[in-house]
Design a protein around this ligand. Structure first.
Ligand code: HEM
Length: 148
């Protein structure tokens, strides 16, 4: 192959990889917030949607939501996870003890919902570190939700 052709090929390969780089958003570093590492609002919306699908199919807990406005609940959950993970959202729903008061949610039901969330995180291949952080964050709300 002539030098000229090799030069043209090399330039084309370089241009291609530069174009690919330009299209890919920068990866958040290890010190980024959980919100950033999860992939921001679009990723949280996708996680909440899939999670709500799991909850709807889970006979251990789905009856709780028989009369719920799921669209409204979705919005509250997205805002809550977004804010709690360090994102720019503001959760404006009711606090957790008030919301779940009188529901007499058991620890088993709480864990069943946690398993629904974990199923979603595994499905979306969320890395272990981010899975643990999000599940710990949700787990920390147990005392405000169970047995109220
Ligand atoms: C970490 C776990 C949980 C979180 C973060 C959470 C969060 C929320 C939020 C943000 C709302 C909406 C608040 C509002 O309307 O202002 C809500 C409502 C509700 N939650 Fe939870 N929740 C959790 C666990 C559970 C569990 C385990 C159950 C039942 C098994 C449950 C049942 C409900 C029901 C029935 C509603 C009312 C929905 C409606 O307004 O119709 N939650 N929850």
């Amino acid at each position: 192959m002539s030098r000229q052709i090799i030069g043209i090929l090399a330039a084309a390969i370089l241009a291609g990889s530069l174009a690919a780089c330009a299209k890919e958003p920068p990866r958040p570093g290890p010190n980024a917030t959980l919100y950033e590492r999860l992939g921001g609002k679009p990723a949280i919306e996708a996680v909440v949607d899939d999670f709500l699908g799991n909850v709807a199919a889970n006979p251990e807990i789905n009856f709780f939501f028989a009369n719920s406005d799921i669209g409204k609940l979705r919005g509250h959950l997205v805002a809550q996870v977004c804010e709690a993970s360090g994102g720019p959202c503001k959760y404006t729903g009711r606090d957790m003890p008030t919301t779940h008061k009188g529901m007499a949610i058991t620890e088993r039901q709480f864990n069943s919902m946690g398993a629904d969330m974990q199923k979603t995180l595994v499905k979306f291949r969320v890395p272990d570190r981010e899975q643990k952080e999000l599940l710990t964050l949700l787990g920390s709300m147990q005392k405000d939700i169970v047995g109220k």
